[in-house]
Design a protein around this ligand. Sequence first.
Ligand code: GLC
Ligand code: MG
Length: 277
Amino acid sequence: MAANVLSHPHRFILVSDLDWTMVDHNDKENKALNAFNQLWESKFAKDSLLVFSTGRSHALYSELRKEVPLGNPDVLVCSVGTEIFFEAAGTSPEANKDWAAELDQGWDRAKAIEIAGKFSELSPQASSSLPKTQHEQRPHKLSYYVGVKGDEAKGVISRLQDALSQAGVRAKLIYSGGVDLDILPEGASKGKGLEFLLRQIKEAGNAPKDGVMVCGDSGNDVELFAVPGVRGCMVVNAHDELKDWCNANASPQIFQASQRCAGGISEALEHFKLISQ
Ligand code: GLC
Ligand code: MG
């Protein structure tokens, strides 16, 4: 497993969210993304690791690849940190089983669905363009749309958290983009998925000498920024969910970019002097 990624050291690891971080859906020509791809290929690809960490399932990630010129990640993390693919290519690659087994502990998926079903403000996400088996309800991620906004949404989320705890379901709720609500096992998140990956890399004796930088724009990215020792790049178009966290945890390790999406990532690589000569 993962022989290519773990078998030798990398200088640096870049971990990026996709929608509205690597990919600017408003940039029809993908100018900033193409420029980032070129920078990565010329200055990083030979000695560094590219990790995509997305809220999307593998099926929806494959859809995105058809729409925009994404580079090839060395490791792909899907479904808000819950599915890690060391071999990202192919139509149905297998998610890492050790990570799935860790997430299984104390997770009662059926009970979580039953409890969330009692909240009239929540409607389950489904992707109409894909077969049912490929939609966004995953083994360790249940996803809903929240039909109310602002404080009302916060109220719903906190009542759901209480109901889950009272029923003994150890779950984590993640609110993103002011509309998506993910219910995950308590020990899951993009951050926890990254910690699992970094543990594998360190155990193989391959800690990256120039460290790790994470990039994001919304609520499901917050825990990436909280991984001990990483640098962070928040793109200028970030949502309040991430902005508020970055403001409350301001440090020289967190860079608030002045550019949107991939433009902000390139800017951060320059800011932290990570571009090899
Ligand atoms: C992606 C996923 C969706 C999830 C959202 C926020 O859009 O497709 O299921 O709720 O990310 O994490
Ligand atoms: Mg995003």
